[in-house]
Design a protein. Structure first.
Lengths: 115, 95, 543
C-alpha cells in the first residue's frame, strides 16, 4: 500500500511538473526570457500531465479503496503541487528532469494494481 | 479607491446586517421549506435541508455584497424571505 | 461596491478573513494537533510508557476480560462501562465508566468525579499500570478548538461556528476574486515583498483548497443541528429528541430494568465478533452492567468507510446472545456520517493522518500569511507618512500586535502546555486545570507584550522563545523522563508515538527559529541600507 501511495505521489508530481513547464512564466524561467512553448509541446505535455494525474488517482484508489482513496489523492495532489512550486522557483530545470519519474511510477503502479 | 464617507460606511453596515442577520433568516426559512418539500422520510429530509443551509447562507452573504447597492441587497433579502415565508406558512396551514 | 464582482469579493474576502483570523489560528492549531490527540495524551503520561513498550501478546478477548474483572470490582453499579482495547494507536487497555448522576452534585463535581473514573491496564500483566499524572493531554487541545475555554461549551461552539461561517465565506470569495488562479497555480516568488506574501498565501490556500473547503464545511456540519435548527423545528416541532433518535438511530441507550443479573462472560462475544468481522473489536461499551437490560456493544474501526460511526454488534449482557446488528442507515444518513467522518478523520492511517496534519499546518499558514499580507499592504499606504517620521494608523498597529500575539504567541502557548506537563508537580491538586491555565497565561503574556511593542524585534523575540521552547521539548523530555529520543527511537513500536512527538515539535521549533533568523537578516540588510534608521525598532515594513 505504501508503494502504491509513493507511486501515486510520484505520478502526481510528474503530472504537475509536465503541465507547469508549459505555462509561459515557468517555460521562460527554464528556457530563457520571452520563450514560449510551441503548441505541439504544450499539447503533448499537458496531455501527459493529465494522464499522470489520472494514474495517480488510480494508484490512490488502489491503495485505500473507493471511499478513502479520493481523500488520499487530494492530499497527494497538495503535496505534489507544493513540491513542484518550490522546485520551479529554486531549481526550475530539475522540474523538467523530475517529470520523468512518472514513467517508472506508472509502470510500478500498473504492476501493483493488476496484481 | 472608494472614499470612506459616512455614506459608504452606512452602505457597508446595511449590507453587513442584511448579509449576516437577513441572510440567517432567509436561510432558516429556506431550510425549513426544503425539509418540508423533500419527499423523503423525516430523518433524511431534515438532514439534507440542514446540510444545504450553509451553502444557501454562503450564497446569500456573497450576493448581498456583490449586488450593486445596499438598497438592492435589502430588497432582495426581504423579498425572498417574504415569498419563502409565505410559502412556508401556506404549507404549514395545509398540513 | 459598484466596482464589479471581483472587487466586491476581494473586499468580502479581506474582511471576513481579517475579523476572525486570530481566533481561526487557535482553531486551526488546536484542530491540527487534535489529529494526534491520542499520541499527545500518551506523550503527556510518561508513567504509561514502560507498559506500552513491551509488545502485547494478549488477545483482545483476554484484554477485555481482564478489564471487565477490574470493572466488576471498582464499578459494578455504573450505568455504562467503556473499554478501549489495544490497537495500533493505543497499545494499552483503557477503561472508564459513568455513574448515574447523584442528586446534589454540581456539574463541576460530576466532571471532577468523572476524571477519576478510569484506569489503564497493562495487557501483558493484566495489572493496572502505574497511575498516570492528572492531565487532559491531547483532549485539551482537541476540545479547545471548538469548545474554547473559560466559558460554557455552548458559547464556545457558537463563537467558533460564527468564525467558521466567516471562514467559509472567505474561502469562496477568495476563489472568486483570484483572477489568475490557474496561471499562478505554481507561482512562488520570494524576496519580492508584498508579492511574496501574496504568493505564499495563494500557495498554501489554493494548493490545498479541497482540504480547506472540506474542513470548514464539515466543521460546521459537526454541529449543524445546533447552528441551523429551522428544518428540525419544521419537521419535528419541539420534539428534538425524536429527531436525534431518528438521525442517530444507533446511539439509543436502553433503560436499566433495575433487576440484578450478572454480566455474561464477554470473551465469547468478542471471539464471535472477530470471526464475523475478520478483525478484532477495538472498543466495548457495556450499558447497564449487571442489570437484566445490560447490553454489550462491540465496535470496530470503520475500515474503508469515511463514516465516523463505527460498525458495531450488540449482545444481550445477561445471556450473551447476539441481538440484531446495528441498523443500516439510509444513504442520506450515511452521507452525513461520512461528511462528519471527513472532519475527524478516524479512518486515516499513518500516512493519510500525516497528510491531514500537513494540510492543517498549511491552513494555519494560509490564515497567518493572509493576516500578514493585510498588514504589509496597509502599511504601504502609510509609507510616505512613515518616511517623514510619522506613525502608521491605529489599524495597522493593532493588526501587527494581534499578528505577533497569535502567530508567534500561540506556539509559545502550546509549548508552555507541554513544558507544564513535565514540570508541574505530579501530586498537585487540579493539575490538569493548571496545565490548561499555563497555556493561557503564556499566550496572554505573549499577546500583552505584543500589544505594548508590536515591532520587528518583538517578532524575533517571540519567534525565538517559541523556537527554544518547542525545540527544547525533547531535551526537557530527556531530563524529566526515561523515554527520551535515545530510548524511543530504538525501542518497540509502542513507543514510536513518543519519538514522533519529540521529533515533530523539534522540527516545528526549528522552523520558528529559522523564521526568527530570517527576520534578523532582513533587519541587518535594512539597517545596512539606511544607517540612520535603528532597525530593531522599525515595525514590520513592506517585507
Amino acid at each position: 500500500m505504501t508503494l502504491l501511495f509513493l507511486s501515486g505521489l510520484a505520478l502526481a508530481f510528474s503530472g504537475f511538473a509536465a503541465t507547469s513547464i508549459t505555462m509561459d512564466r515557468h517555460y521562460a524561467d527554464i528556457h530563457g526570457r520571452g520563450k514560449e512553448a510551441s503548441r505541439v509541446t504544450r499539447l503533448r505535455l499537458r496531455t501527459l500531465g493529465w494522464i499522470g494525474l489520472a494514474l495517480s488517482f488510480m494508484a490512490c484508489i488502489g491503495a485505500s479503496g473507493w471511499h478513502i482513496g479520493p481523500v488520499l489523492w487530494c492530499g497527494v495532489l497538495s503535496l505534489a503541487a507544493w513540491s513542484v512550486t518550490l522546485l520551479l522557483q529554486y531549481h526550475p530545470r530539475k522540474v523538467m528532469q523530475g517529470a520523468w519519474i512518472g514513467i517508472p511510477a506508472a509502470l510500478l503502479a500498473t504492476a501493483l494494481l493488476l496484481r | 479607491m472608494t472614499t470612506i464617507t459616512w455614506r459608504y460606511r452606512g452602505g457597508v453596515a446595511a449590507r453587513t446586517v442584511a448579509a449576516i442577520g437577513g441572510g440567517y433568516v432567509l436561510t432558516s426559512i429556506a431550510s425549513a421549506l426544503i425539509a418540508i418539500a423533500l419527499p423523503l422520510p423525516r430523518a433524511d429530509a431534515v438532514t439534507i435541508a440542514t446540510l444545504l443551509s450553509f451553502v444557501v447562507y454562503t450564497c446569500v452573504i456573497l450576493w448581498v455584497f456583490a449586488t450593486t447597492s445596499a438598497l438592492r441587497a435589502w430588497i432582495g433579502v426581504v423579498a425572498v424571505s417574504a415569498v419563502l415565508g409565505a410559502a412556508l406558512w401556506i404549507v404549514g396551514r395545509m398540513a | 461596491m459598484k466596482e464589479g464582482l471581483r472587487q466586491s469579493m476581494a473586499w468580502v474576502h479581506t474582511w471576513s478573513g481579517l475579523l476572525v483570523c486570530w481566533l481561526l489560528l487557535l482553531v486551526f492549531m488546536g484542530g491540527t494537533a487534535a489529529y494526534y490527540k491520542h499520541e499527545i495524551t500518551f506523550w503527556m503520561k510518561p508513567e504509561l510508557h514502560k507498559a506500552a513498550d513491551a509488545p502485547s501478546r494478549v488477545t483482545p478477548a483476554e484484554s477485555a476480560t481482564l478489564a471487565v474483572r477490574e470493572l466488576q470490582q471498582r464499578a459494578p453499579t455504573a450505568n455504562a462501562w467503556f473499554l478501549d482495547l489495544p490497537h495500533e494507536r493505543n497499545p494499552l487497555i483503557y477503561a472508564s465508566w459513568t455513574n448515574p448522576p447523584s442528586k446534589g452534585m454540581t456539574r463541576e463535581e460530576r466532571r471532577a468525579a468523572f476524571r477519576t473514573q478510569n484506569f489503564t491496564l497493562d495487557p501483558m500483566t493484566g495489572e493496572k499500570t502505574a497511575a498516570p499524572r492528572d492531565t487532559r493531554g491531547g483532549e485539551f487541545l482537541y476540545r479547545l478548538h471548538f469548545d474554547l475555554y473559560y466559558m460554557s461549551a455552548i458559547w464556545g461552539r457558537w463563537i467558533v461556528g460564527v468564525a467558521s461561517m466567516f471562514m467559509l465565506v472567505a474561502i469562496v470569495s477568495g476563489v472568486i476574486t483570484h483572477k489568475r488562479i490557474f496561471k499562478d497555480f505554481f507561482t512562488f516568488r520570494p524576496k519580492k515583498g508584498q508579492r511574496s506574501w501574496l504568493d505564499a498565501h495563494n500557495a498554501t490556500a489554493v494548493l490545498a483548497l479541497p482540504f480547506h473547503l472540506m474542513i470548514t464545511y464539515t466543521g460546521l456540519v459537526t454541529l449543524m443541528f445546533m447552528y441551523m435548527p429551522s428544518a428540525t423545528k419544521a419537521l419535528y416541532g419541539a420534539e428534538q429528541n425524536t429527531m436525534f433518535s431518528e438521525v442517530f438511530p444507533n446511539a439509543e441507550r436502553v433503560k436499566p430494568a433495575r433487576e440484578l443479573a450478572p454480566l455474561a462472560d464477554i470473551g465469547p462475544m468478542l471471539q464471535h465478533a472477530e470471526r464475523a468481522w475478520g478483525q478484532a473489536p477495538t472498543r466495548v461499551v457495556v450499558t447497564n452492567p449487571n442489570d437484566a437490560n445490560a447490553r454489550v456493544e462491540l465496535h470496530r474501526p470503520s475500515g474503508q468507510q469515511l463514516s465516523n460511526i463505527e460498525p458495531s454488534m450488540t449482545f444481550d449482557g445477561a445471556s450473551g446472545a447476539l441481538l440484531s446488528d446495528a441498523k443500516p442507515l439510509s444513504a442520506t444518513l450515511d452521507a452525513r456520517a461520512a461528511i462528519y467522518g471527513l472532519h475527524v478523520a478516524h479512518f486515516a492511517d499513518t500516512l493519510l493522518r500525516a497528510l491531514f496534519f500537513v494540510c492543517g499546518l498549511a491552513g494555519t499558514a494560509m490564515v497567518a500569511t493572509g493576516a500578514l499580507l493585510w498588514g504589509v499592504k496597509e502599511r504601504q499606504k502609510y509609507a510616505k507618512v512613515i518616511a517623514k517620521g510619522g506613525k502608521a494608523g491605529f489599524g495597522v498597529r493593532l493588526v501587527d500586535a494581534l499578528n505577533i500575539g497569535a502567530i508567534a504567541g500561540l506556539p509559545i502557548a502550546f509549548a508552555a502546555y507541554f513544558w507544564a506537563n513535565r514540570l508541574l508537580p505530579v501530586e498537585m491538586g487540579e493539575r490538569s486545570n493548571a496545565e490548561a491555565n499555563v497555556f493561557f497565561i503564556a499566550w496572554g503574556l505573549a499577546a500583552l507584550l505584543a500589544q505594548v511593542r508590536p515591532t520587528r524585534a518583538m517578532w524575533r523575540f517571540q519567534l525565538t522563545v517559541g523556537a527554544v521552547l518547542l525545540a527544547g521539548i525533547p531535551v526537557l523530555n530527556a531530563i524529566t523522563t526515561d523515554t527520551h529520543l535515545g530510548v524511543t527511537l530504538f525501542g518497540g513500536p509502542g513507543l514510536r508515538p513518543v519519538a514522533a512527538f519529540d521529533i515533530v515539535v523539534m522540527l516545528l521549533g526549528l522552523l520558528l527559529g529559522w523564521a526568527a533568523w530570517w527576520l534578523g537578516r532582513k533587519a541587518k540588510k535594512a539597517a545596512a541600507r539606511q544607517p540612520s534608521n535603528p532597525a530593531s525598532t522599525t515595525p514590520l515594513e513592506a517585507a
